[in-house]
Design a protein around this ligand. Structure first.
Ligand code: GLU
Length: 305
C-alpha cells in the first residue's frame, strides 16, 4: 500500500497545474496550489500516508457530512426531508436559482450550501452555540482528534465575504425553510467550514462511515448503521456538487469535497480516505485529488458499483 500511494501521488502531481485555488474566500487564495497528499485509514487500524498529508487545510464542505449526520440523529428522515431533499444538483454548490425555481423552494440536498445551512438549523441545541458544539464534537470524535481548532483567518475571511450564503439563508428564511436568526446560523456554518484538519483526520472521519458508524477511532460507536447508510448514499449522489455523476463513474465511491481542496472518500467496510489538493477544477473539486483517487480506485478495485 505504501509503495502504491507514494507512486500515485508522484504520478498525479502534474495535475495540480491544471487547477486553481479558490479565490472567492480571500484567505483560501493563499493556499499552495502545488500540494497533493493522501491518508488512508484501514478498518482494523492500519494507517497509510503519502505526499503532503500533514499540511493543514480547512474542512469547508466536508463539514456538511457530520452536520447532516447530526441532523439525521436529531430528526427522522421524514421530518428532515420536509425541509431538505436528497436529490442531486446540476448547478453549482451555491446556486440561488435552484432554490427559487426548483423543488418547491427546498434545498436540493444537504451537500450543497443551502441544504447544509438548513441541516444545521435542524440540529438539536437550545442555542446556536449548542448546535455548533454538537457538530464540532461529532467531527472531533470522527477524526479521533480532540485538538482540532478553527482557523481564525479563514473564518473571518468567510464571514466578511459570505454574502452569497447570506442570500441563500435569507431566502430560505423568507420561505420558512429556516426559522432562526440568519447571522447566528451562518456564524455556525462559517465556523464549521473553517475547522482545520489534515488528510489523516479526514481519512479517520471517512473510516467511521466505512464502519457504518459502529467504531470511532477511540472504539466507541458514534451513530447507527441506517444513519451511515443514508449519509453514504447522499455523498455518492450529491457529494461532489454537480460533478457527482462523473465521480461515481470515475472513482465509484461515496465522496465529499470542499473548496479548501480536501476530499473525503469512503470504501464501505474497508477504509476511509482523505485527500488534499487545493488546486480545484471548475466545479470546485480538487483536480489532482480526484485523479489520485481515480487511479487508486482502479488499481485496488475499490468502486462500489
Ligand atoms: N465555506 C464554503 C462556502 O460556503 C464552502 C463551500 C464548499 O466547500 O463547497 O462557500
Amino acid at each position: 500500500m505504501q509503495n502504491t500511494i507514494d507512486r500515485l501521488v508522484k504520478k498525479n502531481r502534474k495535475w495540480v497545474k491544471k487547477g486553481h485555488v479558490a479565490t472567492y474566500i480571500p484567505e483560501l487564495a493563499k493556499q499552495d496550489p502545488g500540494l497533493l497528499g493522501i491518508s488512508i485509514s484501514e478498518l482494523g487500524c492500519d494507517q497509510w500516508n503519502a505526499g503532503d498529508w500533514q499540511v493543514p487545510f480547512t474542512l469547508q464542505s466536508i463539514a456538511k457530512v457530520p452536520a447532516f449526520i447530526c441532523a439525521l440523529q436529531d430528526n427522522t428522515l421524514e421530518v428532515l426531508t420536509r425541509k431538505i431533499s436528497v436529490a442531486p444538483t446540476a448547478n453549482g454548490f451555491n446556486s440561488i436559482e435552484n432554490l427559487e425555481t426548483r423543488n418547491e423552494q427546498k434545498p436540493l440536498n444537504p451537500m450543497i450550501n443551502s441544504g447544509a445551512i438548513a441541516a444545521i438549523s435542524m440540529v438539536s441545541g437550545a442555542s446556536l452555540e449548542e448546535k455548533f458544539q454538537r457538530i464540532f464534537h461529532m467531527i472531533k470524535k470522527m477524526a479521533g482528534n480532540t485538538n482540532l481548532k478553527i482557523n481564525q483567518a479563514v473564518y473571518c475571511s468567510e464571514k466578511q465575504t459570505g454574502d452569497r450564503n447570506r442570500s441563500l439563508a435569507y431566502y430560505m428564511k423568507s420561505t420558512g425553510i429556516i426559522d432562526i436568526d440568519v447571522e447566528e446560523l451562518l456564524d455556525v456554518y462559517f465556523r464549521l467550514c473553517s475547522i482545520e484538519v489534515n488528510c489523516q483526520d479526514v481519512a479517520k472521519m471517512a473510516g467511521v462511515l466505512a464502519g457504518d458508524g459502529n467504531f470511532s477511532p477511540d472504539g466507541s460507536p458514534l451513530f447507527d448503521t441506517q444513519t451511515a447508510k443514508i449519509a453514504k448514499a447522499v455523498m455518492a449522489t450529491c457529494g461532489m456538487y454537480d460533478g457527482s455523476g462523473d465521480f461515481a463513474v470515475e472513482v465509484g465511491l461515496p465522496g465529499k469535497s470542499g473548496v479548501g481542496g480536501g476530499i473525503m472518500a469512503v470504501v464501505p467496510k474497508k477504509m476511509g480516505i482523505g485527500v488534499l489538493g487545493p488546486a480545484l477544477d471548475i466545479k470546485g473539486n480538487s483536480l489532482a485529488g480526484w485523479k489520485l483517487l481515480q487511479d487508486l480506485s482502479l488499481e485496488l478495485g475499490l468502486s462500489i458499483f
